[in-house]
Design a protein. Sequence first.
Length: 274
Amino acid sequence: MGELILVKLGGSIITNKNVPFSEDLSAIERLVKEIHEARQEKNFKLIVGHGGGSYPHTPAKEFHTNEGIIDQGSYEGIAKVQDAASRLNRIIVRELIKTGENAVSIHLSSCGIAEDGEIKEMFVEPIKKLLDFNMVPVPYGDVCLDLNKGCTILSTEQILNYLGKSLNNLGKEYRVSRIIICTDVGGVFTGDPKINKNVEFIPKITPKNFEKIKQHLIGSLGIDVTGGMAHKVRHMLELAKLGIESEVIDAKKPGLLKKTLLGEKGIGTVITKD
Ligand code: ADP
């Protein structure tokens, strides 16, 4: 059976989180090149999600979009967050296409609906068809309309969690084999390594040890409205329970994303069933 790999390019690696609306083009170019090279060396299907970093986080913070429709300004917030998130998405898609990958944007703001901040439903038929064509769907952390609070922000991890579950048991010729979360640190630590130097690396997270380590997983540096490392790990653990393993790697180090795509394990933090 063939593999389907889900990759997330973190906001901290594709943008400069401290400067609004600033992408790191050289990092993006290197990452998409690694993706393309891996796809040429090995046969696998691929979804590339990405965080928003300093793009949507700026208007999301200004309009409190994650809190829902709270005043008349909220509607302007929805429009501006969607615009900002999709502008960064166009850059990722454009760079993937330049390498030779047939990448296509997936906008959750127009193909999904949330309820209390969680994805209730997402129309995945186009994604399945793109995968059948061996094309590369590119979803991203986006604003989403919410049946209860009006609007919300959905993280890439929430989207990959939903896709992992809905694409895993299709009885197709492929199954979700792995999730790769690219950050700018070496994996998951007992605290944010950018803030605290006395933190320890966590090589493996399982449902069993998560209860103990979750108190350490605080929000990420700068601006992050979707809740930092604990949020990411929680969503990946749900997939681990279904047998889909994830790995959080330091994709700032050239070559690590490619190696991980080609099957190397244990480069970063592995999130697994046991
Ligand atoms: P997003 O796309 O959600 O912004 P990032 O890839 O930027 O995702 O998130 C990774 C960031 O999380 C790192 O840059 C790191 O500074 C921060 N972080 C916070 N807590 C931790 C932790 N316990 N272990 C590793 N990184 C952490």
